[in-house]
Design a protein around this ligand. Structure first.
Ligand code: SF4
Length: 144
């Protein structure tokens, strides 16, 4: 069975910044076709659960209190890429709007609730290295 990387919060792991999950309703369909490799780049990058929100501003990742957390985000992204390379994973399903996992949309960097077009740090790195990235809203493309 083909392996696919998936954001940990989408399978129900309570790992997001609030210590909550964002469980994805189409998970069972995905499991019929793929072996899921569950991964949270922010936790793997050393960030705690719960944690303050973080957003991408220009090329940096900034925590809500102003701390620069780019290093932690990059570390999580590189670990995700290493895992994909090691296991021969070529596809990932990632949580939309996240500063790590967003595949089409992210927050605008000013903690105002406004989103813009863009990719999270992990999604971008995976895509740049040839891995197909899908949001949880695009699962149908993977199961047809
Ligand atoms: S970094 Fe990705 S997997 Fe982890 S909580 Fe955020 S969206 Fe979910």
């Amino acid at each position: 069975m083909e392996k696919i990387l998936i954001s940990a919060c989408l399978v129900g792991d309570k790992v997001n910044y609030e210590g909550k999950a964002n469980a994805c309703p189409q998970l069972d369909l995905l499991k019929e076709k793929y072996e899921l490799l569950v991964f949270c780049p922010e936790v793997e990058g050393g960030l705690k659960i719960p944690r303050l929100p973080n957003e991408i501003r220009d090329d940096r990742v900034i925590r809500k209190d102003g701390k620069d957390v780019t290093r932690e985000f990059n570390e999580g992204a590189h670990k995700a890429l290493q895992l994909c390379k090691y296991l021969g994973i070529t596809k990932a399903v990632l949580k939309e709007n996240s500063p790590s996992c967003g595949t089409h949309k992210i927050h605008n960097g000013y903690f105002t609730g406004v989103k813009k077009n863009g990719m999270g740090v992990t999604a971008k790195l995976l895509k740049e290295n040839g891995i197909e990235v899908y949001s949880e809203n695009e699962i149908e493309k993977l199961i047809k």
